[in-house]
Design a protein around this ligand. Structure first.
Ligand SMILES: Nc1ncnc2c1ncn2[C@@H]1O[C@H](C[S@+](CC[C@H]([NH3+])C(=O)[O-])CC(=O)[O-])[C@@H](O)[C@H]1O
Length: 331
């Protein structure tokens, strides 16, 4: 048994037996082994060691809401143990999506992902009792918020193994048996599942070389009547306007299509979505995305033109993100 097997997905595979997700369950063990391959991901043993070094703590209280996502114990953790927990969690840097609060340790992530959740939350179908998919979920910050909003099953997928290990570090204490993060990309989801009530794709579309294929894949994950919640970088402009940066965009190498909001809504309608509408559009600020003690690399402020914050360092329009929602027709 390799150490990656300590991330135990068997209860999920068992749960999906004889469900609409059975076709996925049948491939999952193999996909997970590839997504957590020790040969492929040389840093994985180091992260798994950090995970194994996390102390067992009896949790007295868990919170998954706007105030915080985290866990407490009673009596509070003494300072030396808190410092040790902090050091172990720091071995899983960089922490990008959060924040989290574990026994007095504040994981101050690069992103205030809670701000994004506040923007999308008013536009969501009631999540109570729903089965939801979060594509490109990172450490799973929004997955925990979906669980906190009452979702019956939350499946996050992300192909970056560090984020998956971060999820397991949190899961050790948050203990939400129906919340999972799988080490997979959207391309690994079997086509045509039509099994999820709500599908989220946030911060992923611009990383996909074919945005129409990405939207079609998301559509085919949804049951008839299900809701898509899509968040992506957009440009200002009208129908048909799209930026395809030739080189990097805000120092990111794998950025493909940045549509205007009208273009994006048109793409959704063309693919058969109904009720496509804009929920929110806002520039990304360096209060929301910034370097911290938990993510010590460069962040947004370093990716903008130092003389003109409305431009990226490459001269493109600065990041602006839209949230749109749409629905698959039917019941
Ligand atoms: N093919 C793929 N399939 C699925 N995920 C992918 C793929 N390729 C990369 N990713 C993952 O998509 C995530 C994009 S971040 C958004 C996080 C969260 N949703 C957020 O909205 O805060 C972008 C941002 O910073 O906004 C990363 O975690 C990648 O590993």
């Amino acid at each position: 048994m390799s150490r990656a097997d300590t991330l135990d997905y068997r209860p999920l595979i068992e749960r999906w037996r004889d469900s609409p997700l059975q076709p996925w369950a049948a491939q999952l063990q193999e996909q997970i082994a590839a997504g957590l391959s020790l040969q492929r991901y040389g840093d994985l043993p180091r992260w798994l060691d950090a995970l194994a070094a996390l102390p067992d703590i009896a949790v007295s209280h868990r919170v998954l809401d706007a105030a915080r996502v985290g866990a407490d114990c009673e009596p509070p953790l003494p300072e030396p143990e808190r410092a040790a927990l902090r050091d172990t969690l720091q071995r899983l840097r960089p922490w990008r999506k959060g924040p989290f609060e574990l026994f007095g340790v504040h994981i101050d992530t690069e992103w205030r992902s809670d701000w994004k959740w506040e923007r999308i939350a008013p536009h969501l179908d009631n999540l109570a009792g729903r089965r939801v998919l979060d594509v490109g979920c990172g450490s799973g910050y929004h997955c925990w918020r979906m669980a906190g909003a009452g979702a019956a099953e939350v499946i996050g997928i992300d192909p970056t193994p560090l984020f998956v290990v971060q999820f397991w570090a949190l899961q050790k204490y948050l203990q939400q048996p129906h919340t999972w993060v799988l080490p997979l990309g959207i391309q690994h989801v079997p086509p045509g599942l039509r099994a999820f009530d709500t599908v989220f794709s946030m911060g992923v579309l611009y990383h996909r070389r074919s945005p129409m294929d990405h939207l079609a894949e998301l559509r085919d994950c949804l049951r008839p009547g299900g809701q898509l919640v899509l968040e992506t970088l957009v440009i200002e402009g009208g129908p048909g306007d799209t930026l395809v940066p030739e080189g990097r965009y805000a120092r990111m190498g794998n950025v493909w299509f940045l549509p205007s909001v009208d273009t994006l809504l048109g793409w959704l309608r063309k693919l058969g979505f109904v009720d496509a509408s804009l929920a929110d559009v806002a520039p990304t600020t360096s209060d929301e995305q910034r370097a911290t003690d938990w993510m010590r690399f460069h962040s947004l402020a370093n990716f903008l033109d130092p003389d003109d914050a409305s431009r990226t360092i490459e001269g493109h329009p600065a990041p602006r993100r839209a949230v749109v929602t749409a629905r698959v027709p039917g019941q």
